[in-house]
Design a binder for this molecule. Structure first.
Ligand SMILES: Cc1cc2nc3c(=O)[nH]c(=O)nc-3n(C[C@H](O)[C@H](O)[C@H](O)COP(=O)(O)OP(=O)(O)OC[C@H]3O[C@@H](n4cnc5c(N)ncnc54)[C@H](O)[C@@H]3O)c2cc1C
Length: 401
């Protein structure tokens, strides 16, 4: 007999545990709960008195059993965006995820997506039972989501049909859980930068709340300055916080790969997926001037392709592989490098150091150096006439190619 509990915590070491919640959701004895560990990530906690050593937890673990994964570069790629400009403005990229959820909700599918909880301190997956629930899943929340109650709902309501959104590891977990119920599920994951520690998120919430008071609204991908210059918009009971994401302490740490979950650094989902469809932002040159937002999608199964074709609220066009590679660098280079001082920053955050102070200590010098390097370009951009700039851009591109 498999010693499942011993196995899940000894074979699936912290370095390999995605915190996807599959083990906790599948456990019939409810012997496993997901709790936030010292580093600020969900990790299974096991009650040995309840465990019956059935081994189910290990069978659904995507780290132990990834199952059949589709190769992203072999799928059909598309550029797509919501026809409705309001939907496009509310969502992170082109509004593809929201449009799919809305469309399939009217066809009897229950959307599963991530929402903020407990005054924006946590993120959790819910099963949306009404259109307003789907609205609360809109927008990327850059912190790990707890999937357990949503996954348990699917298991205890096996006659339902579901359209589920999540990180590639969460969707891999759900595919393992549903097994032969596959025809009733539409699985959608996204190109994922990784999930940062709750310690980083909580420190950011603290930094903002000091300025705004108790938070009433949080958007990480607000498009008031345009899709490429997306900003964090928070409204509290005493004020408003609005800043370009790339200029926030949180955004700078996150995008410089600090405080990510350990398995994110070695994640293989950059070029592989267990989903029917992968979505993301259409970064890269093709839509570099677009202000409203464009999604990229890669159909990995017939169901994924049908999803795109049947969702009337979306405009879509097929794109060549070269544009997928240009937009999503991790398809070719999946690994993320860990900054050398990551551990020291984590320790400071765990000890409760305020985020602005941690930023001064660990990252500000790097950004100042970057700013100095880019100063001549910024100056040229500000003073040169448009025509001269476009000639220069053309010449630089020609020299590079
Ligand atoms: C942690 C994270 C990292 C990402 N990294 C990248 C990246 O590197 N490159 C890239 O192109 N795109 C990335 N994305 C995806 C991107 O931000 C958009 O979510 C995607 O383009 C879909 O946007 P949309 O306009 O279609 O819909 P939106 O309405 O904005 O859809 C957001 C969807 O994501 C789900 N979601 C939100 N937060 C979470 C969460 N914490 N955990 C699980 N699911 C969540 C919601 O349920 C919803 O279905 C990331 C998203 C997240 C949450």
């Amino acid at each position: 007999m498999i010693d499942s509990i011993g196995t899940i915590s000894s074979i699936i070491k912290k370095q390999k545990c995605f915190g996807c919640g599959a083990c906790a959701a599948i456990c019939r004895e409810q012997a496993i709960t997901m709790e936030i560990g010292r580093e600020g990530f969900f990790y299974p906690k096991i009650n040995l008195e309840l465990c019956r050593n059935c081994g189910l937890c290990l069978n659904v673990c995507p780290s132990a059993h990834p199952g059949l994964l589709f190769d992203i570069s072999k799928g059909d790629s598309f550029a797509l965006w919501a026809k409705n400009s309001k939907i496009r403005l509310l969502t992170s990229s082109g509004g593809a995820a929201f449009q799919f959820a809305l469309k399939y909700f009217t066809k009897g599918y229950l959307p599963i997506g991530a929402v903020f909880k407990d005054n924006f301190r946590y993120v959790e997956h819910i099963v949306a039972k009404a259109p307003e629930d789907i609205f609360s899943t809109v927008g990327s929340k850059y912190v790990q989501s707890n999937t357990v109650s949503a996954f348990r709902y699917c298991l205890s309501n096996p006659n339902g049909k579901y359209i589920a959104f999540g990180t590639p590891c969460q969707i891999n977990a759900l595919r393992n859980i549903i097994g032969k119920k596959d025809p009733d599920y539409l699985l959608i994951d996204f190109f994922c930068h990784g999930v940062p520690s709750y310690h980083l998120w909580w420190a950011f919430v603290e930094e903002i709340s000091r300025k705004t008071g108790r938070l009433q609204h949080v958007e990480i991908r607000n498009k008031a300055r345009g899709w490429h210059k997306y900003g964090v918009l928070c409204i509290g009971d005493r004020g408003i916080y609005e800043k370009n994401f790339l200029k926030t302490t949180f955004g700078r740490f996150y995008l410089s790969n600090y405080c990510l979950n350990e398995p994110c650094y070695k994640c293989h989902y950059g070029h592989k997926s267990a989903a029917d469809l992968r979505v993301g932002d259409f970064w890269g040159k093709e839509y570099a001037d677009n202000l409203m937002g464009v999604s990229i999608a890669v159909a990995l199964s017939d169901k994924g392709l049908k999803l795109i074709e049947e969702t009337e609220g979306l405009t879509f066009r097929s794109i060549p592989l070269s544009l997928l590679f240009d937009s999503q660098k991790r398809v070719k280079k999946p690994k993320i490098s860990k900054p050398k001082n990551n551990e020291r920053l984590m320790e400071d955050l765990i000890a409760g150091q305020p985020l602005p102070k941690a930023y001064q200590r660990h990252l500000s010098l790097e950004y100042r150096k970057k700013a100095l390097r880019y100063f001549p370009y910024k100056l040229a951009n500000a003073i040169l006439p448009k025509r001269v700039k476009s000639i220069l851009r053309f010449a630089i591109r020609a020299l590079r190619s």
